[in-house]
Design a protein around this ligand. Structure first.
Ligand SMILES: Nc1ncnc2c1ncn2[C@@H]1O[C@H](COP(=O)(O)OP(=O)(O)OP(=O)(O)O)[C@@H](O)[C@H]1O
Ligand code: SF4
Ligand SMILES: [Mg+2]
Length: 307
């Protein structure tokens, strides 16, 4: 049984169109997603494709003007407000994309301490600080006194120090020194080896492929492919979706092949495949038929022509 399961999750925002007229704008559509204990699932995709919103939906911190449908379950039961309050920051840890989530009025050390703080936690904290090259004095600093990279290391430390069963890390490494990025990835790997489920949202596809078991690819609010990380290899020929292949081939080490066009803005009731305007394999039905998720070669894909 998955530790976390998201079924048919749709999220839309009400947006003003003409004058005082409001229309819902879909930002996540019918998203299915699951993660098991001990597993690292990386979430990659274009900017604005809905990755952070998925994380916020799981954590129950979406803004009030959203309309959400579908279900999120944790440990086999619905993740309702009462259970979220019990688990958030404890069993379920979140490394937010924005460092502004650190409490600006609290010294770093205090933010890293848990209620169960004892000798074991103190030793762990010290070792983590050493591995991240954070001096002892950092504990006495306020968040505004940290650089972007330092703040991220502190955020990763808060998640790593808890006794979490699920960690959702939203872009945890930008701004970090390459050595610290390696340390953060190693940390997530070790936590997963200890049974923790890790959802790693990242733009660093190369890092994702290196540490994740599976990679989910997002495009325009949809998970277009879920593939074993090992499928991201060679020329991307094992990948099932044209967008996953384009993302992989756009990396400098894989040919630097640009993908023309940009991700479309979405509105309710849009027909067909979201990738149709940029897809080199688009056929006749692609503009009118919405691809449903299909299991192919050990992965899941939303493309009517994938084989
Ligand atoms: N409060 C909001 N009101 C209206 N639209 C929003 C709001 N928050 C996010 N969006 C829209 O939802 C979409 C998904 O945003 P999200 O932050 O999840 O993207 P992302 O995939 O995390 O991007 P990035 O890789 O840049 O972090 C975007 O089109 C964004 O404009
Ligand atoms: S459904 Fe059609 S347009 Fe969409 S990814 Fe597949 S081939 Fe391309
Ligand atoms: Mg984001």
């Amino acid at each position: 049984m998955p530790l976390l399961e998201v079924n048919k999750l749709s999220i839309s925002f009400m947006q003003y169109t003409k004058g005082s007229r409001q229309e819902p704008v879909n930002v996540i559509e019918e998203l299915d997603f699951a993660i098991h204990e001990g597993e690292i699932v990386a979430l990659v995709g274009a900017s604005g494709s809905g990755k952070s919103l998925l994380a916020h939906a799981i954590m129950g911190i979406l803004p009030p003007n959203v309309v959400m449908s579908g279900s999120i379950s944790y440990g086999g039961a619905p993740l309702d407000e009462a259970r979220l309050r019990r688990y958030r920051g404890k069993e379920i840890a979140f490394v937010p994309q924005s460092v502004s989530y650190l409490n600006p009025l609290m010294r770093v050390g205090k933010q890293l301490r848990t209620r169960e703080d004892g000798l074991e936690q103190h030793i762990e904290r010290k070792s983590l600080f050493e591995r991240f090259h954070l001096g002892k004095h950092v504990e006495r600093l306020f968040p505004f006194q940290l650089s972007g990279g330092m703040a991220r290391k502190v955020l990763v430390s808060t998640a790593a120090l808890g006794r979490s069963r699920l960690i959702i890390a939203d872009e945890p490494t930008p701004g970090m020194h390459p050595g610290d990025v390696e340390e953060a990835l190693k940390q997530f790997k070790q936590l997963a080896e200890g049974g923790c489920a890790v959802l790693l949202i990242t733009h660093d596809i190369e890092a994702a492929v290196r540490i994740a078991d599976k990679v989910a690819v997002f495009y325009a609010g949809m998970s277009v492919e879920l593939a074993p990380a090992s499928d991201f290899a060679g020329n991307g020929e094992r990948l099932r979706h044209p967008y996953s292949q384009a993302l992989w081939r756009a990396l400098p080490q894989n040919g630097f092949v640009p993908l023309p066009g940009s991700q479309p803005a979405r509105s309710l009731g849009q027909q067909g495949c979201h990738f149709v305007d940029r897809c080199p394999s688009a056929g006749e039905q692609c503009g009118t038929m919405r691809p449903e998720p299909r299991s192919i070669r050990g992965g899941i894909v939303r493309c009517i022509h994938a084989t």
